[in-house]
Write a protein that binds this ligand. Structure first.
Ligand SMILES: Cc1cc2nc3c(=O)[nH]c(=O)nc-3n(C[C@H](O)[C@H](O)[C@H](O)COP(=O)(O)OP(=O)(O)OC[C@H]3O[C@@H](n4cnc5c(N)ncnc54)[C@H](O)[C@@H]3O)c2cc1C
Ligand code: SF4
Length: 510
């Protein structure tokens, strides 16, 4: 036996660096469904089904391709219930030369694996994850010496590096780097949103659904109506479906929220990108081809490419630059527990109910629901970052620490003091009213900030401005908010504070 090659559940790519140069006849690929990874948070049942089923399909594909694979299926009685125990068992049995793996997506596991040479007495080779456009060292070099890190500048570097949407003279296509100002349309039902891509469960997925229902019945969400792709080929079909049906409108309605459409024009590709079933560059190139072919406008394609080579790469860079201290950041000093309705959806706030209900059914909510509804509420209510981060990590099918943490702790909760966003994304009900049709179906009145039926977002918005004056008042992008707050009559400010205090004291009843 030469080497053990460890492949984790989010590394399902035939081009994985750990497989490079390996010896198919002698090396042993190791994949394992283990209790410690499946239950360190309350993972949504659909997320467990997706990851286990995609792992099983990938292991089969490797075997068909001539690899020797040791695959541990989940069972609560398995003697090895963590990745470390699986490797320790196999190391005893096979006496390998070393363990080869690719950088994992989580500090916790990275720490463990980095110590295996001591704890298990086996040499471990951790290879860079080449599935990203920007590697960890390159990001650190870019960040060095900068007072503030801004995604927009990083994104331009990535455009130049990849050549995506660049002219032969090295200029951005269309004469602009960013077409975001074109991308803020409300959506009133037209054009109709396409049905999402569906893949019906095959025998492997059906077996995994039964397993998850049996052993993870206490976990959040449902396995019902599982329709995600679970192989690279199916994920390619999902990509083609997006490009044909949703990409043309992706830009225009990127910020819209709907009372009766869960998916709108989003790609729903994050689960596949984050587990290796799709390659980010191939996805972007497919979108750019659609623009060249006149099948999608530039504002849509640029917006989509920016999310992938801009935001996605940027948050990963920040994660590895600032961990492990980053996870403990709480610069706004928040201490509130997560309201229980985040788990049940049982709230009269229509926008929150709809976002949480979609999350429970689909293990998915689109970016604006995550940022401006459930995230915004947590920021306004002062929920402690670790509680809301744990929720996002649990409930979404695409949630892995490297991408979930910076988005939640940095972008949503502003708990890092502004590393990720130059200003907090705090917004009143007015924003949700402008971008959605929720408010007309809500128990609360969006036009009111005080009174029994006043939209809770409104008074909480002023409360956060008021209580964090020291944190925010010197931010030039917040000056206007403080001017507006200060020019309100003292009685009005008093009434807003009183309503917000009531909302916070009775948060579980909202
Ligand atoms: C609080 C919060 C938590 C989030 N947690 C996650 C998470 O755990 N995993 C995750 O992949 N994304 C996360 N995001 C980012 C974003 O919401 C999701 O990537 C997106 O909703 C996935 O759906 P989609 O594939 O339809 O995306 P689209 O809207 O179609 O966007 C295209 C792709 O761009 C990438 N992308 C877009 N925005 C971001 C972003 N801010 N950060 C990283 N990638 C981005 C994704 O890969 C996505 O598939 C989070 C955002 C917020 C505000
Ligand atoms: S009124 Fe307020 S709580 Fe109700 S849907 Fe609108 S923003 Fe949400």
């Amino acid at each position: 036996m030469a080497n053990l090659i460890l492949i984790l559940g989010d590394q399902l790519s035939h081009h994985l660096s750990a497989l490079e140069g390996a010896d198919k006849d002698n090396d042993l690929v190791v994949m394992a469904e283990v209790h410690s990874e499946a239950s360190y948070t309350n993972h949504h049942k659909k997320k467990l089904v997706f990851v286990f089923s995609a792992m099983r399909h990938f292991a089969d594909a490797l075997e068909e391709d001539g690899w020797r694979v040791h695959y541990q299926r989940y069972h609560p009685d398995n003697p090895a219930q963590s990745i470390e125990q699986v490797i320790a068992e196999l190391a005893r049995e096979y006496q390998p030369e070393r363990v080869i793996t690719t950088e994992c997506g989580e500090w916790r596991l990275h720490e463990q694996i980095s110590r295996w040479h001591k704890t298990l007495g086996i040499p471990v080779e951790i290879r860079p994850d080449t599935r990203f456009v920007c590697n960890i060292d390159e990001f650190a070099r870019w960040a060095e010496g900068r007072k503030q890190l801004r995604m927009e500048f990083f994104y331009r570097e990535m455009r130049k590096k990849t050549g995506l949407l660049m002219t032969s003279e090295g200029q951005p296509e269309g004469g602009q780097w960013n077409f975001d100002t074109d991308n803020r349309k409300q959506w009133a039902g037209k054009p109709p949103a396409p049905a999402p891509f569906r893949e019906e469960p095959d025998a492997i997925t059906t077996e995994v659904i039964e397993l998850v229902n049996e052993y993870f019945s206490e976990h959040f969400g449902t396995t019902e109506n599982f329709h995600y792709a679970v192989t690279a080929e199916q994920a390619q079909e999902a990509l083609a479906h997006f490009v044909d049906f949703a990409l043309p409108c992706f830009g225009d309605y990127q910020d819209a929220i709907s009372d009766n459409e869960d998916w709108l024009f989003h790609s729903i590709l994050s689960p596949y990108l984050n587990t290796g079933l799709l390659d980010p560059m191939e996805v972007c190139e497919e979108a750019v081809r659609a623009w060249h072919g006149g099948r999608a406008p530039l504002n849509a394609v640029e917006g989509f490419v920016r999310q992938i080579i801009g935001w996605r790469e940027f948050v990963r860079g920040i994660y590895w630059l600032l961990m492990p201290g980053y996870a403990r950041e709480n610069r706004l000093g928040n201490s509130r527990e997560l309201p229980w309705f985040y788990w049940t959806g049982d709230t009269k706030m229509r926008c929150m109910h709809k976002a949480i209900d979609a999350t429970a059914r689909n293990a998915y909510a689109h970016h604006i629901q995550r940022l401006m509804v459930t995230g915004n509420f947590a920021l306004l209510a002062g929920v402690k970052p670790e509680a809301i981060c744990d929720w996002y990590l649990a409930v979404y099918i695409d949630a892995f620490d490297w991408v979930e943490l910076p988005n939640t702790l940095g972008m949503v909760m502003h708990a890092d003091g502004g590393y990720l966003g130059s200003k907090p994304y705090a917004a009143s009900g007015k924003y949700i009213q402008r971008m959605s049709d929720h408010c007309q179906n809500c128990h609360y009145r969006v036009q009111d900030a005080t009174g029994d039926r006043a939209c809770p977002f409104n008074s909480l918005y002023w409360h956060v401005i008021d209580r964090h004056r020291e944190d925010f008042a010197n931010n030039p992008r917040m000056t206007m908010m403080y001017r507006n707050w200060d020019k309100q009559k003292p009685e009005r400010r008093k009434a807003l504070r009183a309503r917000a205090d009531w909302v916070l004291a009775n948060i579980e009843t909202l």
